[in-house]
Design a protein around this ligand. Sequence first.
Ligand code: IPD
Ligand code: CA
Length: 282
Amino acid sequence: MARVQKSAKMQDFMGVHTDIQRALDAAERAALRAGELVMEGWRTGTEIARKGRFDLLTKYDLESERLIRGVLSKEFPDHRIVGEEGAETGEGDLVWYVDPIDGTTNYAHGHFFFAMSIALYRGREGLVGLVHAPALGTTWKAAKGMGAFRNSKPCSVSTRAQLEEAVCATGFPYDRGSNGDDNLAELALFLRRARGIRRCGAAAVDLCLVADGTYDVYWEKGLSAWDLCAGALIVKEAGGQLSTYEGEQADPRTGKLVASNGLLHQAVLRTIGEARHNLIPD
Ligand code: IPD
Ligand code: CA
């Protein structure tokens, strides 16, 4: 009896494992095809429309999302898909978060830092994350319990333990023209304390650069689930730490996140706390 139960459990585990691998493969297939498609329009002077004062849209955002949704829904017709540029489809507790181009401003200006960001989550639990930056020729990916990879080689977070030796990345919300909570207080304090600050304009890529040890820290708020879900799982699987600004358990679907190599996490939270204390009076 005991043996039967044990083998049934193993069967379950293998089943889940296979499904996760199948989901990761589908995400990679979709992202690589979308990457080829958007590269056709990169640096061609493609037309740029505006969704907001600073928030841009090109026809390649729309076409990339259409392609990615097609691949995912063909492979997993029962899953929900939440994408930046389209209406939510499907139902159930397995949800794909899709950013067809994270870093549209970069893409529209011919900058290299943009990516397809694709994640599969059940609630706040990340199962699969894949970020493909076609102009950089780099793909990062992870699946729950299976580690993180950059161009198919395992990757892990850095081991730097001092903020003054750390390179930190962040970004600024699109409502920065009208919202005083614009990340400038945090930026000013990190500029004084850290070795370097980078603002490369693609949250998914920023997170992956923490995952592979290039950056040591990343923080940002005012984003969406599709910007953060894939990169957050990749950081976690690379051995990094994720939390809210207050140090609580992170939920990347909320669009607000601190990510680090773990060693720097407390120093980062203290710095953010100090900066925001000065910003927002009690
Ligand atoms: C943007 C990028 C950027 C961040 C913006 C995001 P999008 O995503 O991730 O780094 O600072 O706030 O909205 O709009 O190019 O997909
Ligand atoms: Ca986008």
